[in-house]
Design a protein around this ligand. Structure first.
Ligand SMILES: Cc1cc2nc3c(=O)[nH]c(=O)nc-3n(C[C@H](O)[C@H](O)[C@H](O)COP(=O)(O)OP(=O)(O)OC[C@H]3O[C@@H](n4cnc5c(N)ncnc54)[C@H](O)[C@@H]3O)c2cc1C
Length: 311
């Protein structure tokens, strides 16, 4: 079964958005990316299960996105099915005094605010990180020395296993959280997450949130499209500082530029292509290696064949 047949099979029994040749630029914070052969935004867990089943029974490639805030998608797009978990799969439920269950498509910022309003502490340092809760858990997103994985006790995962879809519950320990990473693979979709928070004081939490957001406005180029930090921090070092020390702020390839505000951000000045960004990334890596002997690793996830202009 081809990707077109997957779409046809779902039509009529899928209540969310379903489209063909949908530009992924509209689903990424970089505003970059060619078309997805099939794009599906499930309205609930039944939609998600139906989509996964159809994909499992086909030869279609598969990609899951949340806010698209940590990805660089090829200009050629993605020749397969892209499922986007958004607010329709974004419920939050308090299941015990300090325990919360949240669906994967919930925005991380909404969860942070929800917790603060209930005097629950543990997520306030993550205020301002764009994207979904599932994306944050998959990437073990973090800021101010706090990582989301520290709060996660269980994760509901739907996995493509050959021609089957397997639903399983993974414990926080089994998630194997490490710096901007976890043990899940690309065929695993996080549908829900259980977190354990702590007691906090509402006013203190609100004030911390304001502080964190002010820090972001001061230090990150929030008015320009980007995908956050491009490179991972090497152990004990800051990738941004290494790039800055090479004098690369403002370096450009086409419409992609190393941010003048934060050297580990690449911003889209308007019409940047994935090739522009990838080529700029390669030049930054090359220069940091040449000048400081340190190999930078990508933090952003590359989707599809992007290539690199080696001129
Ligand atoms: C301005 C800006 C600031 C940022 N600041 C930070 C920061 O301080 N700290 C930080 O850690 N990150 C930061 N980021 C990066 C990004 O916001 C985080 O990594 C975020 O948690 C990604 O969530 P997302 O939903 O957008 O994931 P996406 O970009 O949609 O996906 C990222 C990865 O997760 C996978 N994924 C997405 N949804 C699911 C799912 N349901 N199940 C399984 N896998 C899934 C995708 O396949 C992909 O591999 C920043 C980005 C921007 C643009």
């Amino acid at each position: 079964m081809s990707v077109v047949e997957v779409g046809e099979r779902l039509r009529g029994r899928f209540s969310g958005i379903l489209g063909e040749a949908v530009p992924l630029a509209d689903y990424t914070t970089f505003r970059i990316g060619g078309p997805a052969a099939l794009l599906a935004v499930p309205r609930g867990k039944e939609d998600l299960a139906a989509l996964m089943k159809a994909v499992a029974e086909s030869d279609t490639r598969f990609l899951v996105l949340g806010g698209g805030s940590n990805v660089l998608v090829s200009d050629a797009g993605f020749d397969g099915a892209v499922v986007v978990l958004g607010k329709d799969l974004g419920g939050i439920e308090r299941i015990a005094k300090y325990e919360v269950y949240v669906e994967g498509g919930c925005s991380l910022n909404r969860l942070v605010e929800w917790a603060i309003e209930r005097g629950l502490s543990g997520l306030e340092d993550l205020a301002g990180i764009p994207g979904s809760v599932a994306g944050a858990v998959r990437m073990n997103a973090g800021a101010m020395g706090c990582e989301v994985g520290e709060r996660v006790t269980e994760v509901d995962v739907m996995s493509l296993a050959g021609r089957e879809v397997v639903a399983r519950r993974v414990t926080g320990e089994e998630m194997g959280f490490s710096y901007r990473s976890c043990a899940l693979g690309d065929d695993d979709v996080i549908s829900g997450v259980r977190l354990r928070l702590k007691e906090g004081d509402g006013d203190a939490l609100r004030s911390r949130r304001r502080e964190v957001l002010a820090w972001r406005r001061e230090n990150q180029p929030l008015r320009q499209p980007s995908a956050g930090s491009v490179f991972r921090n090497p152990p004990g070092m800051s990738a941004g500082e290494l790039i800055d020390r090479c004098g690369l702020k403002g370096m450009r390839v086409g419409e992609a530029m190393v941010s003048k505000k934060h050297a580990n951000f690449i911003v889209n000045l308007g019409g940047a292509s994935a090739l522009d960004v990838r080529t700029l990334m390669a030049r930054v890596k090359q220069e940091v290696m040449r000048a400081q002997g340190i190999e930078l690793d990508e933090e952003i996830r590359l989707v599809g064949e992007i290539g690199e202009d080696t001129r």
